[in-house]
Design a protein around this ligand. Structure first.
Ligand code: SF4
Length: 499
């Protein structure tokens, strides 16, 4: 690992392009921190850089295609191009062979000395492409032995060791929302998923480290923390005694940080979602009443083949339990349809669940084989045309149900974090809406609040009334929901709009 005090060489410029999910966004900000420490200047525009680093996504075919397209577009600028991230980790030299436009394809193990490797690339020195391997083998099988072992393994987003009090991160935008990694990897063995093989075994970050980074984010203007991992319900399982409730203890610590107004948890596994965690998320002040539960399906038969647990009835019981604590809670999920062996009866079971659960947002994915997964070898594969038809059928149902759910919110009040002021249109998100994946709130008529100024009427002076300040990005506004459009809400600031 390079020393953070190393004198930077002559300034070189790098631009970072990020594909994929919020975990990748965190990884990019960590890479930006490393590169800044190595003397690199960050350029927003690839045209202004010496080298373009593309942080790729390797999740599904469409994400891989986007990554390749971005690499090709970066190469069209004539700048040096380096692929990092999930797709680079997963395919390594195979990607390099098929994409000569990339000057280097680097894996997670290259992150610690990325600055040096970029120097090599800029100087025209060949950098050997990453050789993929199963990253689950890098950490001990016993979870409690992992935190210590992880100090010697490159885990993106966990790179605090050896940097002392300094947070190894540079913000790449000035959004009031920032993802914050609480853990990485996954010990589950879902038959359709390749992520554990390249993100590795589950390992949690230490609570103090997470809190320190959250404070740093608050100092940089962040109002909402978006806690990310591959499986947040497992947080702390590698801490030994008391680890099972580590997330319940972490949430209030984060919510109490000065400047942090909302903490949002993502990536909950239904089978691991315990009652006390539901209660903690639903009732801890400052924690969004938001449940991102990855149900994937609800037919028991399909779930078993996916190597997952649960059923329509147990999942409905979980959504009921959430609403007992927080009737307005947001619940979102992803589902896969057309899984090998899925019958009409299974699909009807999924429809029964979706209809009963009244979810706020649902991502619908058609099954497709992923390299190296167990499901790739399953029998009972459905014709792609049938998969497409089922996606269309479930998507139509989801659209109808989620629109109804948004409509049900008309007349309620929501706290909206203002995130964009674009050509006079203010938009933001309420507690039940996560960044990018769910709907948003369109704020009508910015508050017409008036303030008095000048001499105090009490003292006999004449007061003048001045128009209120327009809400700024980063402000929280108490709003009434006046209409809906699909999953989006149309809201109007309440008379006493400041939260
Ligand atoms: S963690 Fe998964 S979704 Fe996120 S960038 Fe990597 S492959 Fe894509």
């Amino acid at each position: 690992m390079p020393s953070p005090t190393t004198e930077p060489a002559a300034t070189r410029r790098v631009s970072l392009l990020t594909l994929g999910c919020a975990r990748n966004e965190v990884d990019s900000e960590e890479l930006a921190g490393r590169l800044a420490a190595g003397g690199w200047e960050l350029a927003a525009d690839p045209e202004d850089s010496d080298v373009v680093v593309v942080n790729t996504c390797g999740f599904v075919e469409s994400a891989k295609k986007d990554s390749v397209d971005t690499l090709l577009a970066a190469s069209d600028t004539g700048k040096k191009v380096v692929a990092v991230g999930c797709m680079a980790e997963r395919y390594g030299h195979e990607l390099a062979d098929s994409l000569p436009e990339a000057d280097a394809v680097l894996g997670f193990d290259h992150y610690a000395d990325l600055s040096d490797r970029l120097d090599d690339v800029v100087a025209g020195r060949k950098v050997a492409s990453h050789t993929p391997g199963d990253r689950r083998k890098l950490l001990p099988i016993s979870p409690v032995q992992r935190p210590a072992a992880a100090e010697n393994v490159e885990v993106p987003g966990h790179a605090q060791h050896g940097w002392g009090p300094r947070v190894l991160r540079t913000r790449l935008d000035d959004s009031p929302v920032a993802a914050l990694k609480i853990a990485s990897g996954c010990d589950r063995r879902c038959s359709f998923c390749a992520i554990p093989s390249f993100r590795g075994s589950f390992v949690s970050r230490q609570p103090d480290e997470i809190v320190a980074e959250a404070m740093w984010l608050a100092e940089h203007g962040v109002k909402e923390l978006f806690l990310v991992s591959e499986n947040s319900t497992s947080y702390g399982k590698d801490f030994g005694r008391d680890g099972a409730t580590a997330l319940e203890r972490l949430l209030p610590r984060l919510a109490e940080i000065d400047g942090i107004e909302r903490v949002r948890v993502s990536y909950l596994q239904p089978a691991e979602t315990r009652p006390q965690l539901v209660k903690a998320i639903a009732t801890t002040p400052g924690v969004a009443e938001y449940f991102d539960l990855s149900f994937q399906h609800s037919s028991e038969q399909v779930l078993r083949r996916m190597r997952r647990f649960g059923s329509t009835d147990s999942f409905l019981a979980l959504t009921e339990q959430i609403r007992e604590y927080a009737p307005e809670a947001g619940i979102r999920t992803n589902v896969i349809v057309g899984f090998p062996g899925e019958t009409e009866h299974d699909l009807a079971e999924l429809e029964r669940f979706l209809t009963g659960a009244r979810l706020d947002a649902v991502g619908v994915f058609g099954y497709s084989d992923e390299d190296g997964t167990e499901a790739e070898g399953f029998d009972g594969k459905l014709d792609p045309q049938v998969v497409t038809e089922r996606v269309t059928r479930i998507s139509a149902l989801v659209e109808e149900l989620t629109s109804q759910r948004a409509e049900d919110r008309i007349g309620t009040f929501v706290d909206v974090l203002v995130e964009l002021d674009d050509d006079g249109e203010l938009t933001g998100r309420a507690a039940h809406q996560a960044p990018e994946v769910d709907g948003e709130c369109v704020i009508l008529d910015a508050p017409e609040k008036t303030e008095t100024s000048g001499a105090s009427p009490r003292a006999g002076g004449s007061a003048t009334r001045t128009p209120a300040k327009r809400p700024q990005v980063g402000d929280f506004l108490r709003c009434e929901v006046v209409d809906s459009a699909g999953v989006d809400l149309i809201v109007r600031a309440a008379p006493d709009a400041d939260r």
